[in-house]
Design a protein around this ligand. Sequence first.
Ligand code: ZN
Length: 360
Amino acid sequence: MARVETVNGPISPEELKLTLPHEHLICTFTVWHTAPDEGRKRALVDAPITLANRGDLLRDAGVSCNNLTMLDVDEAIEELMEFKHWGGNSLVELTCPGVGRDPLALRKISQATGINIICPSGFYIGLSHPPLVKKMDIDGVRDFIVKELTEGISYPVETEIKAGVIKCATLYPISEEEEKVFRGAARAQKETGAPFTIHPTLLDVEKKKKVFDQENIIKMIEKEGANLEKFYMSHMDLTCSDDRSKVNVEFHKKLMDKYPIILEYDTIGNESWWNSLWPGALFVSDNERLLAIAELCDQGYEKQLMMSQDVFTKLQRVKYGGWGYAHILKHIVPRLRYMGVSKKQIRTMMIDNPKRILSY
Ligand SMILES: [Zn+2]
């Protein structure tokens, strides 16, 4: 019988209920830190986050190591209780080894909040790979992930907690090491049937352009035998508009028509800029995301969409003036309803789709 593998053991898919499919609770994303070239900004690198510097940090989120580090279990519990208060029930915590994955802390947070938490196996962008990845070939990656899904998570410490999802990531262009990890992860999916997500390439830094070639990744993992019905592409909302903020969902429709995958609008609420890392580049605004979701729902694509907030920086948390883990429930759902998205469609995106994709 199908189950969902959480940090507290397997549960029935019915127990998931309202689910955020892409979040972070304990993580260290200093791999994205960029030292500011402008002298006055240097003070921001290790400064505590305050009302006075929050504006500057929102326009250059990667200069602050403090912003990129979330290690406080009690703070995570407090923030997550807000999600629970608004009706939330489950969360996929997609922090990989190399950027601070901590299954034991996740278990503590799950037990304290009553929220079901799913922990990943796999590896993040090449820059963050732990040294052990270099020694693996494609099947070595597969074996590592399969073992974590079936026996228990082994890095950085051995635990009996099993991973319940596969996650990997890439920069642009995809490096050889990242491709090796993708292929190994796809083979692990094939062997276990586990849910699988990839953080794709989003920006071509050289050409200063958004990247719209995520189909190459889909083809690559399909070739390795991964079941695309268990695959969801993370961060696709960042490609729902072009570099001039013009919303265009044709690219997304084409992918969903061609492949039985789910596209994730999972950076909802994140309207930060990263000026030292990608000077002048914008991600997208919530308004663009909502226009795109409403248009896709109008055209019947809700069975291939999921929503999340990818809270991976302190600035996104309530304590630091952000929207927190309940943003979608508090602010986005009412707006979608106003735009004509039905309750049933929201249920499909937030309950039915996570249940279908996370159970195996
Ligand atoms: Zn993430």
